[in-house]
Design a protein around this ligand. Structure first.
Ligand code: DHB
Ligand code: MG
Length: 221
């Protein structure tokens, strides 16, 4: 089935996702550095992130897990001129490549890349940090429950929280799979369930060029 999912994503992209030199160069640079591009969001998912931000006229965005900054580009281009993105990357090598891509895309003004474990960076933000309008959680899956709680602390009523990779080809329902990343996602589902700070939430499974995975989406009460 993978080939068909990939071909259908190509069909969708060829119709609905405009060719873009900056995004193309970002993916090429990622590959040239020897990093696998399967960690990046698919173009049609990037467009969905862009649209969620546009729909809600978000100005302040938080991203956990920059990797090559490919998703960061999609988030950034949805923002008005006075928009701001704080993106956090835990691995030095990924952060260096991400910064290179951000600089090339001339997004330095809007994008603040911090290096460190996302939970530590978030805990060390100044007390008076303004809440974010949109939060994209895409860092290590093991820490998703912690990231969800920290994100809720940095939210206001109406903040949108988008969590990537919450299906993992169905591994989340395979009881024999006790990997920390998978346990982390399961714990996140439990935490979201009836959470007093969440107005509504759901998750969707997806297939496409990145295989079978999915995302969760929450609106803060
Ligand atoms: C992985 C992580 C991601 O954020 C993603 O989108 C795809 C795969 C991974 O760690 O395998
Ligand atoms: Mg991801």
């Amino acid at each position: 089935m993978q080939q068909m999912w990939t071909d259908i994503d190509s069909f969708i992209d060829s119709h609905l996702i405009p060719e873009d030199q900056i995004l193309k160069q970002t993916l090429e640079n990622t590959e040239n550095h020897g990093f696998p591009d399967h960690l990046a969001v698919a173009p049609n998912q990037g467009m969905l992130l862009q649209m969620l931000i546009q729909m809600n006229q978000c100005k302040r965005v938080l991203e956990l897990g920059t990797f090559a900054a490919y998703s960061t580009m999609w988030l950034a281009r949805a923002l008005p001129d006075d928009g701001y993105i704080l993106t956090i990357e835990g691995r030095d090598t990924h952060a260096a490549m991400g910064q290179e891509n951000i600089d090339r895309a001339q997004l330095k003004q809007k994008v603040d890349l911090k290096v460190g474990r996302a939970a530590d960076v978030l805990r060390n933000l100044p007390e008076d940090t303004e809440a974010f309008d949109f939060i994209f959680i895409d860092a290590d899956k093991q820490s998703y429950p912690e990231y969800l709680e920290l994100s809720l602390k940095l939210s206001h009523s109406g903040t949108i929280i988008f969590l990537d990779n919450v299906i993992r080809a169905g591994a989340i329902i395979d009881k024999s799979n006790k990997k920390p990343s998978i346990e982390g996602i399961r714990e996140m589902f439990v935490a979201m369930q009836n959470h007093p700070q969440i107005l509504s939430c759901t998750a969707l499974q997806t297939v496409g060029s990145k295989g079978h995975d999915g995302f969760a989406l929450a609106i803060v009460k």
